[in-house]
Design a protein around this ligand. Structure first.
Ligand code: NAP
Length: 278
């Protein structure tokens, strides 16, 4: 079940407007017995919420890590580092150099490479790892889902006849839809995509969730969308398009999550905090 603390955009805004308190400044007050230095692998709403909880806990210090894909990332309440570590080797070195005691992988469920790197690096140096992720969406009554394994399968599932397609997959991977150039696409992104990646008929629109149901319905009508392609990201912020499709009787091509590995996993912020206290 999805924790109520992860629902809606209000939480995000509250977090962004709350005060900054550097966890590292508190390190001198932590004695050896209670020392906890968390690395939170971020890029998700869950990571921002967890960062706020860590910043408010006098027994914890932490740093949040972002890949650096977004030019204006939302603010976090913890010190933030940006950019890749340099694979498993680089992340392993970082854990040692920064004396990280716990890692929470709170990356987006489709960020498979960094999650695999975290499993390998943590195993290499014996640092405990917890995956914090949102539960996937499940089909509800009235949903018309076509479930596929990846972007290329999604492009194939659109069929041979030209259709008006709403792509809610982000800008990474849009090039996979070039194999189906017969469709008219509307791609919604936060950052501009690479023009060379786009299928021939593709309108790009910009937006960052949360999205309201009535706005999503209006958008689908305005753009005369016939079918939606989305990743099964889960969570409330991006769910309105699924509800809009249900309301309008539209098909949804739902891309399944990549394999998630065998690290302990939770959907609950409280469980992540208990892990950091362990
Ligand atoms: P990915 O394929 O799993 O990662 C590619 C490389 O980017 C990793 O090997 C790592 O470089 C670096 N990286 C990724 N996340 C990082 C982080 N939090 N901190 C530092 N380095 C990171 O990831 P992706 O799908 O490109 O996603 C990139 C970021 O965007 C993730 O943090 C994710 O949470 C966020 N995001 C992804 C999606 C999505 O649909 N994939 C959607 C929303 C947000 P090194 O090997 O050099 O360490």
């Amino acid at each position: 079940m999805e924790p109520s603390s992860l629902r809606g955009g209000e939480a995000d805004e509250a977090i962004q407007s709350s005060g900054r308190d550097s966890g590292f400044l508190r390190s001198a007050r932590n004695d050896a017995a209670t020392f906890r230095r968390a690395l939170v692998l971020g890029g998700s709403t869950e990571a921002r919420i967890l960062a706020t909880r860590i910043a408010a806990d006098p027994h914890l210090e932490g740093v949040i890590s972002l890949a650096g894909r977004t030019s204006a990332p939302l603010a976090h309440d913890l010190p933030t580092r940006t950019g890749g570590f340099g694979g498993v080797e680089g992340l392993t070195r970082y854990l040692v150099d920064e004396r990280i005691s716990h890692v929470v992988d709170a990356t987006h469920p489709f960020a498979a490479r960094i999650s695999a790197n975290a499993r390998a690096a943590c195993a290499a140096v014996g640092v405990p790892l917890l995956v914090l992720t949102r539960p996937p969406w499940l089909p509800a009554r009235g949903d018309r889902w076509i479930e596929v394994s990846d972007n290329l399968a999604a492009a194939g599932a659109l069929g041979d006849n030209p259709r008006r397609v709403f792509l809610a997959i982000g800008r990474q991977g849009v090039a996979d839809f070039r194999i189906a150039p017969q469709h008219d696409y509307v791609l919604r992104v936060i950052e501009p995509p690479n023009a060379d990646d786009l299928p021939p008929c593709c309108e790009v629109i910009f937006g960052r969730g949360p999205f309201a149901l009535e706005d999503e319905i209006a958008l689908m009508r305005d753009k005369r969308i016939e079918i939606i392609v989305t990743k099964n990201s889960g969570g409330a912020l991006a769910y309105a398009k699924i509800e809009a499709a249900r309301t309008l009787g539209l098909d949804v091509v739902m891309i399944a999550r990549p394999a998630s590995g065998d690290a302990p996993t939770t959907h609950e912020i409280d469980a992540a905090m208990a892990f950091l206290a362990s």
